[in-house]
Ligand binder design. Structure first.
Ligand SMILES: CCC[C@@H](CC(=O)O)C(=O)C(=O)O
Ligand SMILES: [Zn+2]
Length: 331
């Protein structure tokens, strides 16, 4: 029987994109391993991976049990929470950084204040997004829930697909309507949805040329320069060729976001707060087998950019040097 859908399409933000559906497969389906081994996204349904989070992690439960430490909360004047690397911003102890106006502010907030601000939120107020690594600051009941995730299933996937070590789990408590704009991470990601609904739009690493990542030295390294709400087709003409995949994850779903895949993730509008827990894995030992995979080529472009910036010093010299090297010779 098909369950009553708990959301409708008016809760999704509208973008000028063609989007296919990401497959949703029951957790015992062997096709899941086929897709993961091909570095392709899949929604794993019906599993016990984050069963205890699906069962327990409501906003009220977290308010009672996440712990009384100050948790990391991002604040934004808009619905977008575009990540930036603080270590790349010019400041007194970072003379090599660049001039940059951060679009968000990081603060520490106790859960009670965070939830109160969420309840009292009015248009014009800063939006809030709690993004806290699961560490020794969290309360005992959450530790118990975390320990009772289906680690046998998770660890089996990690070893079968030669992922590296689990580096961190973030608990994400988002205000309705918040957006994490399009970016890629250099880690494999099991993205677990515990409460509420999130729309996830993914693009393959081969869409690199359509999504225009900021230069590697920029604080928004790994983030797309394209504003999905108002794409600038003059600066970013190939954005119209981006071929995306989407899904709306529901409580209990785990979305596999393959390493180097672009993803834009939004909490449904008028859907209330959402709660997710992700699992980031370093890449495992990789041998260069030919033909190289698309994500390996992205990794190579990053190394070339870093090396050229190291030796040229001035970012404005990178373009001319690459152009003189490539135009008429490799094109
Ligand atoms: C800080 C991490 C945010 C998350 C997206 C989201 O749920 O808003 C993401 O990008 C990831 O899990 O990789
Ligand atoms: Zn991410």
């Amino acid at each position: 029987m098909c369950e009553e859908k708990q959301w409708n399409s008016t809760q999704l933000r509208r973008y000028d994109l063609e989007l296919e559906q990401i497959p949703r497969l029951y957790y015992t389906d062997p096709k899941i391993d086929e897709l993961i081994s091909l570095n392709k996204p899949v929604v794993i349904t019906g599993s016990n991976i984050i069963k205890t989070a699906k069962a327990n992690w409501t906003p009220e439960y977290l308010e009672q049990n996440i712990g009384n430490a100050g948790h990391t909360v991002m604040l934004s004047k808009t619905h977008k929470f575009k990540y930036f690397d603080e270590s790349k911003v010019l400041n007194k102890n970072n003379p090599h950084g660049i001039e940059f106006t951060p679009p968000t502010r990081k603060t520490k907030m106790k859960i009670g204040e965070f939830m109160r601000k969420l309840r009292e939120w009015k248009p014009g107020n800063d939006r809030l997004y709690l993004q806290q690594p699961l560490n020794n600051t969290i309360g005992d009941l959450l530790v118990r829930d975390f320990i009772n995730f289906d680690w046998e299933y998770i660890n089996n996937k990690q070893s079968k697909h030669n992922w590296g070590p689990l580096t961190s789990n973030l608990i994400l408590i988002s205000q309705e309507g918040n957006v994490t704009p399009c970016h890629y991470d250099e880690q494999q990601n099991f993205f677990g949805q515990a409460y509420g609904y999130k729309r996830c739009i993914l693009f393959p690493p081969s869409d690199f040329e359509c999504l225009y990542p900021h230069p590697v030295y920029h604080p928004h390294d790994r983030q797309s320069m394209v504003d999905f709400d108002k794409p600038d087709y003059t600066r970013f003409p190939r954005f119209k060729f981006a071929k995306g995949y989407e899904t709306v994850v529901e409580p209990g779903d785990v979305l596999y976001i393959p390493i180097y895949w672009w993803h834009h993730i939004e909490s449904l509008m008028r859907g209330g707060p959402t709660i997710s827990v992700n699992f980031w894995y370093k890449v495992g030992p990789t041998s260069l087998e030919y033909p190289l995979k698309d994500h390996q080529k992205v990794s190579i472009t990053r190394n070339v950019e870093k090396m050229l910036l190291e030796v040229l010093q001035d970012p404005k010299e990178v373009g001319p040097l690459l152009r003189s090297m490539v135009l008429g010779r490799y094109t």
